[in-house]
Ligand binder design. Structure first.
Ligand code: KIV
Length: 275
């Protein structure tokens, strides 16, 4: 199954069944036009809490709120008809207790129409994942570099190297056994990503992981070259929209100042057009 061979959006269980098959294609989106652009090409679209850094200029994802996720989730939902919608649970909305997680996950799903939520954490979130899944909330887990924990991880470092590989594998097994339908592996060595992919029953979605993962995800603004604040090693730029955009704005400013814009074709005559 692939996004281009089906008519309606896949469900979390369809994504789960893609394990070991044609790689799962996914991107993040935050707005309706972005979602419309990728709908035909992606199996699922994630409204990531990276929205805080990419669109709102925050220095980390920690300040992202439920209201932001709902607003962007609703915008993205309006642009999708074929790809499945997943919305990130923001920092502080699920860690306190399974009951808190359920309350906020249910709100995200009800108010955005998302088919699933994503949350960060391995073994320590397994109980919460099980609680959510048992109550009708499909969960995509996210392990390895979990940006909501940068203050305890000590920055955006590669996770699971050397002796830490065992703990990473334990996290992957824990979220699999807890009932997650897939797991994002962020910024982990390729060998570890391959071992995890072979060692668990659910699809792995790589970002800075391995070409051997069951799927890949990138932040759209990163891969289009729109978010230029920094470029992680794992980002491949498929476009240079940031540079193109700046060149367009420079040309516009120059034409406005020299009164070359608007040109005659951009203004209205006093005569009403003929019917
Ligand atoms: O917030 C986000 O965009 C994400 C992806 C990078 C996986 O979590």
């Amino acid at each position: 199954m692939s996004a281009t061979s089906q008519k309606s959006a896949p469900l979390p269980d369809d994504i789960r069944k893609m394990k070991g098959g044609t790689p799962i294609v996914s991107l993040t989106a935050y707005t309706t036009p972005m979602a419309q652009m990728m709908d035909e090409h992606c199996d699922f679209v994630l409204v990531g809490d990276s929205v805080g850094m990419v669109l709102h200029g925050l220095s980390s994802t920690l300040g992202v709120t439920m209201e932001m996720m709902i607003l962007h989730g609703q915008a993205v939902a309006r642009g999708l008809s074929r790809a499945m919608l997943v919305v990130d649970m923001p920092f502080g909305s699920y860690e306190e207790s399974p009951a808190q997680a359920f309350r906020n996950a249910a709100r995200l799903m009800a108010e955005t129409g998302a088919a699933a939520v994503k949350l960060e954490g391995g073994r320590h979130m397994a109980e919460t994942i099980g609680f959510l899944v048992a109550r009708g909330v499909p969960v995509m887990a996210h392990i390895g570099l979990t940006p909501q924990s940068i203050n305890t991880l000590g920055g955006y470092k590669v996770q699971g190297r050397g002796a830490a590989a065992e703990a990473l594998m334990a996290d992957a097994r824990a979220v699999d056994q807890a009932g997650a339908f897939s797991v994002v592996l962020e910024k982990v060595p390729a060998t570890q990503a391959d071992q995890i992919t072979a060692g668990i029953s659910i699809p792995t979605i790589g970002i800075g992981a391995s070409v051997g993962c069951d799927g890949q995800i990138l932040v759209l603004d990163d891969m289009l070259g729109l978010f230029t604040a920094f470029k992680p090693k794992f980002v491949k730029r498929y476009g240079n929209l940031g540079e193109d955009g700046e060149a367009a704005i420079t040309a516009y400013a120059e034409e406005v100042r020299s009164r070359r814009f608007p040109a005659p074709e951009h203004v209205f005559s006093d005569k009403a057009p003929k019917a």
